[in-house]
Design a protein around this ligand. Structure first.
Ligand SMILES: O=P(O)(O)OC[C@H]1O[C@H](O[C@H]2O[C@H](CO)[C@@H](O)[C@H](O)[C@H]2O)[C@H](O)[C@@H](O)[C@@H]1O
Length: 415
């Protein structure tokens, strides 16, 4: 099958809810979901999976512009930046115009690009330059801080196992958590993100929010899918795991994906407990089709799993109505500062949530804040892109500066 030949406009990253039914009505029953968790099940009509695979490749290409091996391989956003001008350049090269026309066109293209960047920067102003705009509404309120991990607290690197955060960043996160209730919400497994961050004073959610650990509270206990457990220090905690019934399925899919991609040079499959990541950052671009095809071959047998896209990664996850946005809401309703009072999203007058993230999956959280008219999303990106965030920061270095500024502001603020 030629994956590229079919361009029917079905978006794989966020499949349209073809059927929206409560879990109790579904095949593969035995599932126990809390009342508000619905499954979105793609209709299994002939051909639809092929269309999904073709869109998979489109999304891989559009969401992750290929690196030129000769350029900075560690930062795909920087590469994206140069890719725009570079590709436009290639087109012009192809036309074999004289040097003068060539330079003029190149100049115009660069100017347009700068103007576009400027326009989008106005749309998502720097959170550092607009610091007062963020903190003024926070006066008399409690700020609750939500942080993504990869690309936000640590720079994007080739090897996902080596995405370490710097000691300076760790210190900045530790400091900020002393003043504001802080949670890390990552696509990685909760254990893995904790191994990187290694700070006990934070709250953690792994698997795109499908694995939340929080303090023992009655309000947690009231949720189905909530169990008591112990943390790394043996302290009693509550775990909220809305996709717990998917664990065996995810393990099975992980093994199949490892098997199906083991001959693709550079492909890496990561088990994130309630979801699986298939990395293609180190795969030659000519083999991206093969990656998309192999992933598609596996998940076509699992109608209750879906694909989303991150930064040069395909993410296989359960089709449940739960994402980073839902995790933010959950945290706000249960999060505590020094185990005192829950913040309560309903109580926007008292709380100002700030979410900082760089990836497509962070958009779910930005959207919750924007639509709830409660708090601010801050997009981490060095290139202009459309977002539900309100502000932007260029890279993890700027994120660190922002965190430090929050601490200074809090220490000097009299309110
Ligand atoms: O929600 P996040 O914490 O941002 O996690 C999303 C994915 O992050 C990791 O992959 C990304 O970072 C890697 C290390 O810099 C990079 O090599 C990869 O290309 C990026 O996609 C993580 O490994 C994935 O499992 C997460 O889904």
């Amino acid at each position: 099958m030629d994956l590229k030949s079919n361009h029917t406009a079905l978006v794989l990253a966020d499949p349209a809810p073809l059927n929206r039914v409560s879990s109790g009505l579904l095949p593969y029953s035995g599932a126990t979901f809390s009342q508000n968790l619905f499954l979105t099940v793609p209709t299994m009509k002939a051909g639809i999976l092929d269309i999904r695979a073709s869109n998979c490749l489109d999304s891989m290409e559009s969401s992750s512009p290929p690196d030129k091996k000769s350029r900075d391989f560690n930062n795909d956003l920087e590469s994206t930046d140069t890719d725009v001008a570079y590709r436009a350049w290639l087109v012009v090269d192809f036309l074999c115009l004289s040097d003068f026309i060539f330079d003029t066109i190149r100049g115009v293209i660069n100017l347009l690009y700068v103007l576009l960047s400027f326009a989008l920067q106005l749309k998502y102003p720097s959170a550092l330059a607009s610091f007062d705009q963020i903190t003024n509404p926070a006066k008399g309120k409690r700020i609750a801080l939500f942080l993504d991990y990869d690309g936000t607290l640590s720079p994007i690197v080739d090897n996902p196992d080596c995405a370490f955060m710097s000691n300076d960043m760790r210190a900045a996160v530790k400091n900020v958590a002393e003043f504001f209730p802080t949670a890390i919400i990552s696509g990685r497994s909760r254990d893995k993100v904790y191994e990187f961050v290694w700070l006990t004073e934070l709250n953690y959610a792994g698997s795109h929010g499908m694995d939340i650990m929080g303090p023992v509270r009655q309000s947690f206990d009231d949720h189905s899918n909530c169990i008591r457990s112990t943390d790394n220090q043996g302290k009693e905690v509550n775990l909220f795991q809305p996709a717990s019934e998917f664990l065996p399925m995810i393990d099975e899919v992980f093994n199949s994906l490892v098997n199906n991609t083991k001959d693709i040079r550079g492909a890496k499959v990561e088990n994130n407990k309630f979801c699986v990541s298939v990395h293609y950052r180190n795969v030659d671009e000519k083999d991206w089709t093969v990656v998309a095809q192999r992933v598609h071959d596996v998940i076509r047998n699992y109608p209750r799993l879906r694909l989303t896209h991150g930064r040069k990664v395909l993410e296989v996850r359960p089709v449940i109505n739960w994402d980073k946005g839902k995790a933010v809401t959950f945290f706000l309703n249960h999060l505590t500062k020094n185990n005192k009072n829950a913040l309560g999203l309903s109580n926007c007058e008292d709380v100002l949530p700030i979410y900082v993230g760089d990836d497509q999956t962070d958009e779910d959280a930005f959207k919750v804040l924007r639509e709830g008219n409660c708090g601010y999303g801050i997009l981490v990106s060095s290139v202009p892109k459309e977002s539900n965030a309100f502000f932007s920061l260029k890279d993890p270095q700027e994120v660190m500066e922002f965190l430090k500024s929050l601490v200074v502001w809090k220490k000097t603020s009299t309110l």
